[in-house]
Design a protein around this ligand. Structure first.
Ligand code: DGP
Length: 140
């Protein structure tokens, strides 16, 4: 049995499982997250099963990311928010292995300040240059 047939988000995409859909087109579907950070927290998924962002084919990504922009605007406007937080967990902290973009309405002083990540400075310039070189090498 392929992972698609047991994937919860594939079942939401085919409407075998119910969800509160806010948008759909031929490539993607957006619905309300059932455990939202705030009301109006939306998940945008590709209809086809891809586990992570890096599995997603580039020929689909243009249309898909236009929908991320559309949803970011609609969530902000529709929920009367001041902005949005847009995020994708890949493997780590990804509880559903079907690519999904979180689009979360944000307001100043909404309590999420600094949530997720304690931010740190680099130890020194050397550490920063090492990180730069490692990523540049991977891109080559
Ligand atoms: P992540 O932890 O990044 O993989 O986010 C998965 C999100 O999916 C999480 O915020 C809760 C949401 N979620 C999980 N199962 C369901 C479901 O069956 N229906 C809906 N609407 N959302 C779900």
């Amino acid at each position: 049995m392929g992972s698609e047939s047991v994937c919860k988000f594939c079942q939401i995409a085919s409407q075998a499982l119910p969800s509160y859909i806010v948008f759909e087109d031929s490539v993607s579907l957006a619905f309300l997250d059932n455990r939202p950070l705030f009301p109006g927290h939306v998940l945008l998924i590709p209809r086809q099963h891809f586990e992570t962002l890096t599995d997603f084919p580039p020929d689909l990504s243009g249309g898909f990311f236009r929908n991320v922009q559309l949803l970011a605007q609609a969530v902000e406007q529709g929920m009367g928010a001041e902005g949005t937080f847009v995020a994708i967990n890949n493997k780590v902290s990804q509880s559903v292995p079907h690519l999904h973009v979180h689009i979360v309405p944000r307001r100043k002083k909404d309590g999420l300040r600094g949530f997720f990540w304690p931010r740190n400075a680099y130890k020194d310039e050397e550490q920063m240059k090492e990180a730069q070189a490692a990523i540049r090498k991977a891109i080559r």
